[in-house]
Design a protein around this ligand. Structure first.
Ligand SMILES: Nc1ncnc2c1ncn2[C@@H]1O[C@H](COP(=O)(O)OP(=O)(O)O)[C@@H](O)[C@H]1O
Ligand SMILES: [Mg+2]
Length: 247
């Protein structure tokens, strides 16, 4: 029997009286690219924040390789590489020095540190620009460097919140290619998006999240079949209704 690498059980998150996540159940298999799709305010970032240990759930739990986010949050952090929606870099340092800094935080040293830095620079194709100040990078290059930072400790699972929002076309291609390569190397990838079209081809499965509830999950082709259309935009409109926003 297959056992999922990430298992979400009856997960609920309330902010005061407001229910941001309402009894979510999900299973993500090892080696797949899973897309959590929903309009703004659906609860995507809340879900990622719970998974990465930034905030605690109100009810339920998430298990990563059997470890509970409630009980083993630090173990889970070592398994995850998290790429935040906003840039978390030192602008006055070079790309290389940012990576050196984070490699140090993860306790990497000497040859191993050097090798990991070279590996991640190559994955995001920033070798040529590594010595340049981050301040001079485009938005897309900063996002790619954020991905490199998230990969520095060689995590098995990569989490990206809205990976292609605000990213130029060239960087978008680099990011999508990097995700495909990471999948090929056996990593499991979870991405969120409020706009499914450009990620649909990449994802093995998606879940549609609407106001804190999972409306449907499965392979893109099965979801299209279920809604009797070949057009994902139509699925988005029928699931998320009039307030779907391409943002
Ligand atoms: N710290 C918070 N306090 C109160 N409400 C919050 C907080 N964080 C998020 N929310 C609300 O929870 C809902 C889901 O937000 P979020 O998880 O950021 O959605 P998404 O990432 O899908 O856009 C939104 O209505 C948002 O306003
Ligand atoms: Mg969000």
């Amino acid at each position: 029997m297959k056992s999922p690498i990430i298992e979400v059980k009856n997960l609920t998150k309330k902010y005061g009286k407001f229910i941001a996540l309402n009894d979510i159940n999900l299973e993500i298999e090892k080696g797949e690219i899973f897309g959590l799709v929903g309009p703004n305010a659906a609860g995507k970032s809340t879900f990622i924040s719970i998974l990465t240990g930034l905030i605690k759930p109100t009810g339920g739990d998430i298990f990563v390789k059997g470890f509970s986010v409630l009980k083993n949050s630090s173990k889970i952090k070592s398994l995850l590489g998290y790429v935040p929606q906003d840039v978390a870099l030192y602008p006055m340092l070079s790309g290389l020095d940012n990576l050196n800094f984070w490699a140090g935080i993860y306790g990497l040293k000497g040859q191993e540190k050097k090798k990991r830095i070279n590996d991640v620079l190559s994955i995001v194709q920033l070798e040529d620009r590594a010595r340049q100040k981050v301040d001079e990078y485009s938005g897309g290059m900063k996002r790619r460097l954020n991905i490199a930072v998230a990969l520095i400790h060689n995590p098995e699972i990569i989490i990206m919140d809205e990976p292609v929002v605000g990213v130029d076309v060239l960087s978008k291609k680099f990011i999508l290619d990097a995700l495909k390569d990471l999948k090929k190397s056996g990593r499991t990838i979870l991405i969120t998006s409020h706009y499914i079209n450009e990620l649909a081809e990449l994802c093995d499965r998606i879940a549609l999240l609407d106001r804190g509830r999972i409306k449907m999950s499965g392979q893109v082709k099965d979801i299209l079949k279920h809604y009797g259309t070949e057009n994902l935009e139509e699925v988005m409109i029928s699931v998320f209704g009039g307030y779907h926003d391409e943002g």
